[in-house]
Design a protein around this ligand. Sequence first.
Ligand code: SF4
Length: 191
Amino acid sequence: MYINRILIHQCCGPCSIYPIVKILESKLFTPVLYFYNPNIHPLQEFYKRLEGSIQVAKKLEVEYYFDEDYDVKFFINKVINNIEERCSTCYELRLEETFIKAKSLNISTVTSSILYSKMQKHDMVLKIGKEMSVKYGIDFYYEDFREGWQEGIDISKDMEIYRQNYCGCIFSEEERFKNQLKKKYKFEERV
Ligand code: SF4
């Protein structure tokens, strides 16, 4: 094991695989995982993703921590006044909690598996990571993990890790399925 530990914010199992593998291969850090995602709704989905994250940690033999509180009220209260711009708040609160966790674990570097996903606002995550780094005096490790997009998908399928089909919050679920469901059901009113 390497001396420096890095706390990887784990947004879900599949997205965390490539960053963990890459960091293990680099031999720069010993990865430690932290699942903190109050953005994931509903509760059954939250547990599926938590379970997948823990399965990844166990299969890759990495130390892991998680926050099992399903704080839906906290998340909704944070984003409700600006639904359109909610992602920056969502990244901020998840990364901030990761920096706080790193401090409590005496870990001096943080990163996030959100940097792996091609679906996320990558530059926004990086900007917030840098801001949190200044605020907490803890390094933010940046790497464009999107380069391993297909590799991560392939490994997650081999490992049979649950793969979600929407970002996480209730609003993203609506955006993802609204048109699809309208087309599927084609309900008509009876007058
Ligand atoms: S769309 Fe995704 S990143 Fe944006 S607020 Fe919802 S869960 Fe968070």
